[in-house]
Design a protein around this ligand. Structure first.
Ligand code: SF4
Length: 397
């Protein structure tokens, strides 16, 4: 079945949640105009109000699975289709390989119309809302509720469409009822990815983790967290120890004051203290740093790499594409050339990726970046040229 064009195991075994309580077949299906969310007729289904069986067997999800069983690509899988057709390793192929051992049973568990006979998730992604204690410059109100404090400055500007108040009040991720339903559908769970917002602020999800421990499932489950290191509650550490494997992706974007400027609301002394605390568990958990690379930190990429090397931690680069004016290709040419001369610590493939990203787009959105930063600095009473020295000559104080 995995050889069948268009077939992907994820819609058969996976639950991908979103902060406002919608569910999609995976995290990369088409999101524009909400075309991937579970829907019955014209009624959208939500984790706050609808049982997981209804969501899994919603018209949209069932018809998607039925299409896949016939070897067709559902429209919402256009990214994977595009990758497959252009020889790029798609998430579809990656998932079919990763969960190959589940494919036969997943197909047997599916009726011709695409309905699942038993809703038995093997892999879940819990995006626990937008509650966060930071408002990183590269983020927005749909991933951090603290951003709501600042969005009014963009009213009437070109940024208004991207930055507006997120009024969603749903708190499905605090609901015992939701976790009780989820536990019924995860007796053979293999993997959980938990992120947010900042997941350590949502203590309610430990109820679900504890249930997995109590019913003996946790020892078979790989747990993956994305956390911002502003806090590492000991209660979570003790819970995590009960799982098969734990992978912690630490979001840090730069060092010292630079990090505090980019990741607004953070204090480097606290971040570094927690970084060292979690490194004490390096033999128990797999720990990596995930650096979001943008216009704001690309100049000091080498220093950051050095820092992770000194602490013997794996580093991955996540290049910002949205908003596009924060993408590294917008920096002035002279700065690009300087950067490429000062990256001795980067591995060959990291240099290749960086070079590719720096020269990816032909048209520059520097003016937009300039305007955005000035507006935000004014609101936050900070100054890019004081925190990120490389920008001093481009920005007036
Ligand atoms: S084919 Fe791609 S987009 Fe569709 S569900 Fe699978 S991984 Fe997601």
């Amino acid at each position: 079945m995995e050889e069948k064009k268009g077939f992907c195991v994820l819609p058969f075994i996976h639950l991908a949640t979103h902060p406002i309580g919608t569910v999609t077949p995976c995290c990369i299906t088409e999101m524009k105009d909400d075309v991937s969310s579970a829907i019955d007729g014209d009624r959208k289904l939500f984790l706050e109000t609808d049982p997981l069986t209804d969501i899994a067997n919603s018209e949209r999800f069932s018809s998607m699975r039925s299409q896949m069983l016939k070897g067709e690509y559902p429209k919402v899988c256009r990214i994977c289709q595009h990758h497959d057709e252009n020889g790029i390793y798609s998430k579809r192929r990656e998932s079919n390989e990763k969960f190959k051992h589940l494919i036969d049973d997943a197909v047997l568990n599916t009726k011709e119309n695409g309905d699942l006979i038993n809703v038995n998730y093997k892999y879940i992604e819990l995006r626990l809302g937008t509650v966060c204690n930071l408002k990183c410059i590269t983020c927005n109100p749909f991933s951090s509720n603290r951003w709501n404090e600042d969005v009014k400055i963009f009213k009437g500007t070109e940024f208004e469409k991207q930055y507006f108040k997120n009024n969603d009040k749903t708190e499905w991720y605090r609901s015992t009822e939701f976790y009780d339903d989820l536990i019924k559908h995860t007796p053979e769970l293999e993997e959980v990815w938990i992120n947010g917002g900042e997941p350590t602020l949502i203590k309610e999800h430990s109820y679900f983790l504890q249930k997995l421990i109590d019913n003996g499932v946790a020892k078979n489950v790989n747990l993956h967290y994305s956390i911002n290191l502003t806090r590492i509650p000991d209660t979570f550490i003790e819970i995590w120890k009960q799982f098969k494997k734990v992978r912690l992706s630490l979001s840090i974007d730069d060092l010292g004051d630079r990090n505090d400027y980019i990741r607004t609301g953070s204090m480097w002394s606290v971040i570094y203290k927690n970084f060292k605390k979690i490194l004490n568990y390096r033999d128990t958990f797999s720990i990596e740093v995930c650096q979001t690379v943008s216009m704001l930190n690309v100049y000091e990429l080498n220093e950051f790499k050095k820092f992770t090397q000194e602490h013997r931690v794996v580093l991955s680069h996540n290049y910002v594409n949205y908003p596009s004016f924060l993408h590294v290709s917008n920096i002035p040419e002279e700065m690009k050339q300087e950067i490429l001369k000062r990256i001795p610590n980067l591995h060959v493939e990291e240099v290749e990726r960086l070079t590719e990203e720096l020269y990816k787009n032909k048209t520059s959105e520097f003016e937009k970046f300039y305007k955005y930063i000035n507006m935000l600095d004014l609101k936050r009473n900070v100054s890019i040229s004081e925190s990120l020295n490389e920008w001093e000559k481009y920005f007036t104080k």
